[in-house]
Design a protein around this ligand. Structure first.
Ligand SMILES: Nc1ncnc2c1ncn2[C@@H]1O[C@H](COP(=O)(O)OP(=O)(O)OP(=O)(O)O)[C@@H](O)[C@H]1O
Length: 332
């Protein structure tokens, strides 16, 4: 559905040249929710803006729904952009216009007949729970409501792709959850392909099927969200995921203990696998850190434990046989 091939973007300023994107290759399949994460300055905004050519790459190709966006003539590009909606951190609404007029705006630009515009706007306001706000102005709405207007406007021309540029970064946690539920619904109900950039790992855990990690304009890691988040391979990914988490303190582990990171996924998350195995091989374990949560709806648990007083190797073998992923985190 979306393919970036060798996409490179440089910015030149008085301070010199800065490579914002350095040969990006990425594929987003139709119907996926795809997240791009990275530190400030990694190139996330530049990357998402190349998908609708708000930023034109210096090299490489961008293909959306079979069209090579980077090769289109201006009139063709305008048509292609109608199939790519976009929402923004600060909503970018027209403050002098009413909510209904904001949503109607892209349809009026296309010159659609008045009656059709009215029908489509009414339908979108209804779908997004905004009908009672139709005649208000953006300043009269909360952040969450403004983002709903942004989404309604982005959907007006029935795009196949929705680009979300830090769409929940200006919202409180409850409103963020509300908007993510909505994006999830639009993805499932309309089959909308969603690409989002964010610095909020929770957003990715909650809605993204796949994630790419960007560092200095390069993709350093990419894969299914659960794989990348539960078994990060790159230091940049590990650092982002560790933020805000209490790191386990290896010095607190029992002397001589064998440390292991255990990952339970799906149904096994709630099974007493660890205590069964410990009983069966006669080892003790201390839990040094732990988290139970969900990634894109799939439950998982991740524990760092220290095995002591028995055959730790046998415990590891039995856990592995029961589908638990065991990674060594060194000795205490
Ligand atoms: N219009 C521009 N002119 C010059 N440099 C730019 C421009 N836009 C982006 N850059 C530079 O390109 C690099 C990537 O910026 P970009 O905004 O894409 O990163 P980001 O990951 O989205 O960061 P943030 O999370 O802070 O928004 C940065 O070094 C930035 O300073």
């Amino acid at each position: 559905m979306i393919r970036l091939e060798g996409v490179t973007k440089r910015f030149r300023s008085a301070a010199g040249e800065r490579v914002a994107l350095d040969g990006i290759d990425l594929t987003v399949e139709a119907g996926q929710v795809f997240g791009v994460v990275g530190r400030s300055g990694a190139g996330k905004s530049t990357l998402i803006r190349t998908i609708n050519l708000l930023e034109r790459p210096d090299a490489g190709r961008v293909l959306v729904d079979g069209h090579e966006i980077t090769a289109l003539k201006p009139t063709e590009l305008r048509a292609a952009r109608r199939r790519i909606g976009m929402i923004f951190q600060h909503f970018n609404l027209l403050n002098a216009k009413t909510i209904a007029e904001n949503v109607a705006f892209p349809l009026r630009l296309e010159g659609r007949p008045g009656a059709e515009v009215d029908r489509r706007v009414a339908e979108l306001l209804e779908r997004l729970g905004l009908t009672e706000h139709a005649k208000k102005h953006p300043a009269q709405l909360s952040g969450g409501q403004k983002q709903r207007v942004g989404i309604a406007r982005a959907l007006a021309t029935e795009p196949k792709v929705l680009l979300c540029d830090e769409a929940t970064s200006a919202l409180d946690p409850e409103t963020t959850e509300d908007i993510l539920t909505l994006l999830d619904q639009l993805n499932r109900e309309l089959g909308l392909t969603i690409v989002l950039i964010t610095h909020q790992m929770e957003v990715v855990r909650r809605v993204c099927d796949r994630v790419a990690v960007l560092k200095d304009g390069r993709v350093v890691e990419e894969g299914a969200t659960a794989d990348v988040f539960l078994h990060p391979q790159h230091a940049a990914t590990r650092a982002m995921l560790a933020e805000g988490d209490e790191a386990f303190d290896a010095s607190m582990a029992p002397a001589g203990g064998r440390l292991a990171k255990l990952t339970f996924r799906g149904g096994s998350t709630y099974e007493p696998e660890l205590s069964r195995v410990a009983r069966s091989v006669g080892v003790d374990y201390s839990i040094l850190s732990g988290r139970i949560s969900r990634i894109r709806g799939e439950p998982y648990g991740q524990l760092v434990v220290a095995f002591t007083g028995g055959d730790a190797e046998a415990a590891v073998a039995q856990l592995t046989a029961r589908g638990v992923t065991v990674e060594s985190v060194g000795a205490a």
